[in-house]
Design a protein around this ligand. Structure first.
Ligand SMILES: [Mn+2]
Length: 428
């Protein structure tokens, strides 16, 4: 009777360009830059060590068109490592690496099979009695229900459906190749190897319907441990199912309660303590890549708001104090509130201006003026961002978000807070 294991991965986004690292150097930044490749190498190491029969890549192997041939050559080299161990690989392209998105091409080794985009294809593995069904993307925005076109299961075999889908638009991901759980279950397959949703999730067991999530988190919206699923099958029954961690950088938000802080130095001390905690609880030698968020009511609220680069550099210095590759700070977000006594005390000198701005959030005339003046800039930002950022990615800067949504009251609100802090400090 057949017994074998396989690895299910997706959303690798190999060589995905990482924003915000421009002009930065050091081992930590270098580790982030090369993380998607290193995680993929880890996956191949695992596949070889565990002697799996094959690996399945359920879409978004690439982030988009290769900048040069190095990305493709890296992938071929990894496939060659599998080939020399007699391990096969099945690839299905998703919205990011759809046929229309990738213009460069390289010959893949014989152990690699690619699901076509025109129609579903079934690959049979007679020696282990498995059948893999799948259909790739011809273009990035597939609105057709691809699963509906998949064939009936091969009788008596272990059937795997490979599919890149937004299912019902989960986690805000674009709802490409939509389908519902019920129809996947009704297909009669044993395992649905899905891709596209970056937060790993086991939707169903027996039959298994699984989003493995990213192989490696790439930014602050892709937090927590990342990896791929190792599945063991004996006599057509799943007897082992576990997540293998492959990530080399782990993204987290580190909250720092700055309530009651009297000085910036005190806030920095708390940042240091929070970082130490976060670093000591990380696992598997992963480097921590984190966003520090300061919260709580404090009299240094204004100082923090205006500290800009200083508090960020300070946090980065604190992180370096734990070693070269222990932690890296992406940003410091100041979400503190003024201490109670200060909340109403805006001072006479600029009190009027503050009040005017306060009323302005509800002033239709002013908003009309802003709309006229700002709409061109905002629409240009929109175009640039849409070109640069994938629609799946989130814009996580609050001010940018307000601009993109033409939320003028919110924009005025941010300006009001910033001006208040600025004017107060100038007055002091
Ligand atoms: Mn995708």
């Amino acid at each position: 009777m057949a017994s074998f294991s396989f690895i299910h991965t997706a959303d690798i986004h190999l060589d995905s360009p990482l924003r915000g690292l421009e002009g930065m150097e050091g081992p930590a930044v270098e580790r982030i830059r090369t993380a998607t490749r290193k995680a993929f190498e880890n996956l191949i190491d695992e596949a070889i060590e565990r002697k799996v029969a094959f690996i399945v890549i359920a879409g978004d192997l690439y982030d988009g068109d290769w900048r040069d041939y190095q990305t493709g050559l890296f992938f071929v080299r990894q496939m060659g490592r599998l080939a020399s161990e007699g391990i096969q690989a099945f690839i299905l392209y998703g919205n990011h690496d759809a046929e229309s998105q990738i213009t460069k091409k390289l010959t893949l080794p014989d152990n690699v099979r690619v699901f076509p985009a025109k129609r579903p294809e079934t690959f049979r593995l007679e020696n282990i009695n498995a059948a893999l069904h799948g259909r790739g993307y011809s273009s990035r925005d597939i609105t057709e229900n691809l699963a509906a076109s998949y064939p009936e299961p091969v009788h008596g075999a272990f059937n795997i459906g490979v599919l890149h889908t937004g299912m019902g638009g989960m986690d805000g991901h674009a709802n490409y190749a939509p389908c519902v759980l019920g129809e996947l279950l009704a297909k009669g397959y044993d395992y649905w190897a899905l891709g596209h949703v970056h937060q790993g999730r086991v939707i169903n067991e027996n039959p298994h319907v699984v989003f493995p999530g990213n192989l490696q988190g790439r930014h602050i919206r892709e937090t927590g441990p990342k990896g791929a699923y190792l599945v063991t099958v004996e006599d057509n029954v799943i007897t082992g199912f576990s997540l293998i961690h492959t990530d080399v950088v782990r993204w987290e938000v580190v909250n720092v309660d700055a309530a009651g802080c009297e000085h910036i130095e005190e806030a920095a001390e708390r940042v240091g303590a929070a970082l130490e905690d976060a670093i000591s609880s990380r696992t598997g030698g992963c480097m921590l890549a984190c966003r520090v968020e300061l919260t709580g009511s404090t009299k240094i609220h204004d100082g923090l708001l205006l500290s800009g680069n200083h508090i960020l550099a300070e946090a980065r210095a604190l992180a370096l104090g734990f070693g070269d590759e222990a932690a890296w700070i992406e940003r410091v977000v100041v979400s503190t509130k003024p201490a109670r006594a200060e909340q109403t005390d805006t001072g006479e000198f600029f009190g009027d201006l503050y009040d005017i701005l306060g009323e302005a959030t509800e002033n239709d005339e002013l908003q009309k003026l802003l709309k006229t003046d700002l709409s061109e800039i905002v629409s240009r930002i929109k175009t640039d961002l849409k070109l640069a950022a994938d629609r799946e990615n989130y814009i996580d800067d609050a001010v940018l978000c307000a601009a993109l949504q033409s939320d003028y009251p919110a924009l005025i609100g941010y300006t009001q807070e910033y001006l208040k802090a600025l004017l107060k400090t100038t007055e002091d």
